[in-house]
Design a protein around this ligand. Structure first.
Ligand code: GLU
Length: 447
């Protein structure tokens, strides 16, 4: 296969689907060499099949706001690939959601899930519903209307949604309540990220951030470094940033920046447990303003409007917010201010120019599909607990999460080892995930 030829065809077929094309390009560039050593992949047209989702459901979601006004949004579920297990991936509620965004996320999810060592295929879904400024009742009514359509497409052995940007424990609760009413079955395994008293895994809310820090620790140890005492700048203040801030602080690092769409909060003495708790309050308020942290903790957090976390001097940068949130210019500014490691926690958080800059300028870099896989891995553990009607303790889940992140790091090292002894984590993660999915597709025939 030739990446350029496949990309030209996809660009002509899906013009303007920029995020999707970006995600495919990155994977194909990484796997081209390995792929071409396997004529059986080429014969079965594995790549041409793998870049297309199995199917996409699109539906209208109509609900009534607090003023009695009827509102209409669009809902989607992209079932991308089920070679190694049932479709699995989150739901994103954000005003910018498009089919292109969900196709990129579903594609990434396929490889990420393969890295977790657990049997899960890839999917993603969501809606252009904007949670910002919505009341709790509005969120509930939207979730119920969304599930009214989605429930026919999902099931514990078919497709298992979870949270993502704009969808946390509260939304999963509302979605599950409606699913249960429609299906007339207590199928706990149909959604993950549930409440702890009704089938949810202990540590699922923390898992993406905790897993990201375990991966970062392995990466640093492999490079002969330790996280203790390092300055960490992270972006966002949602669930993922909260988990990352919690674990980074526990491991002895100093979190010196968090951010939001409105700007950055610099925290020179490091984030405190009270501030970490306040991140949850900020998320639940649906205001989407990081400035609230500086208002609540004046003297400790300094807010600057319109700036990103990447302007704050740090050792380690952890993008935890949204795709393409870190540009090449941001990468240059980080490096100029002393940053020497970037672990992408958001899905495709760094623009291609930023990744190339990091890789060519001695900044350790690891991609989201390896770094953030602890979230979906813990979802996989939740599915196991649901299927066997048991509940594991926080210690048991944490130990399994640790083991999985270690194994993901090992896979990256195995497939990403360069002749000079350094690790190309992008290549490593892409090749490891690709080989697993491609082999399963080949063994299952032309379907
Ligand atoms: N949305 C998360 C991700 O990007 C978690 C998905 C899940 O738990 O299914 O991996």
């Amino acid at each position: 296969m030739k990446t350029s030829e496949i990309m030209a065809k996809l660009q002509a077929k899906y013009p303007g689907e920029n995020e999707y094309l970006q995600a495919v390009q990155e994977v194909l560039e990484s796997v081209e060499g390995v792929y071409n050593q396997h004529p059986e992949f080429e014969q079965a047209k594995i790549v041409e099949r793998m870049v297309e989702p199995d199917r996409i459901f699109t539906f209208r979601v109509t609900w009534v706001d607090d003023n009695g006004v009827v509102q209409t949004n669009t809902g989607y579920r992209v079932q991308f690939n089920s070679a190694i297990g049932p479709y699995k991936g989150g739901l994103r509620f954000h005003r910018a959601v498009t089919p292109s965004m969900l196709k990129f996320l579903g594609f990434e999810q396929t490889f990420k899930n393969a890295l977790t060592t657990l049997p899960m295929g890839g999917a993603k879904g969501g809606s252009d519903f904007d949670p910002k400024g919505k009341s709790n009742d509005e969120i509930m009514r939207f979730c119920q209307a969304f599930m009214l359509e989605l429930w026919q497409c999902i099931g514990p052995d078919q497709d298992i949604p979870a949270g993502d940007v704009g969808v946390g424990g509260r939304e999963i609760g509302f979605l599950y309540g409606m699913y249960k009413k429609l299906a007339r079955q207590y199928n706990t395994g149909v959604l993950t990220g549930k409440g702890q008293t009704w089938g949810g895994s202990i540590l699922r809310p923390e898992a993406t951030g905790f897993g990201a820090l375990y991966f970062t620790q392995h990466l640093l140890h492999h490079a002969g470094k330790d996280i203790k005492g390092l300055k960490v700048a992270l972006s966002g203040f949602g669930n993922v940033a909260w988990g990352a801030a919690t674990k980074a602080t526990q491991l002895g690092a100093k979190v010196v920046a968090i951010s939001g769409p409105d700007g950055v909060c610099e925290i020179p003495d490091g984030i405190t447990p009270e501030m970490i708790d306040y991140m949850l309050v900020m998320r639940a308020s649906n205001r989407d303003k990081v400035e609230d942290m500086a208002t609540r903790f004046p003297g400790q957090a300094k807010f600057t409007a319109g700036k990103k976390s990447w302007s704050v001097p740090c050792d380690v940068a952890l993008p935890c917010a949204f795709q393409n949130e870190l540009s090449e210019d941001d990468a240059k500014e980080l490096k100029a201010n002393g940053c020497w490691c970037c672990c992408e926690v958001s899905n495709m958080g760094c623009q291609p120019g930023a990744i190339h800059f990091f890789q060519n300028n001695g900044v350790l870099f690891a991609p989201g599909k390896a770094v953030n896989a602890g979230g979906v891995a813990t979802s996989g553990l939740e599915m196991t607990q649901n299927a066997s009607h048991i509940s594991w303790s926080a210690e048991e889940v944490d130990a399994k999460l640790h083991y999985i992140m270690k194994s993901i790091h090992e896979q990256c090292v195995k497939y990403g080892m360069q002749p000079d002894g350094t690790i190309d984590y992008v290549k490593g993660a892409n090749i490891a995930g690709f080989m697993k999915v491609a082999t399963a597709m080949l063994e299952q025939g032309t379907v």
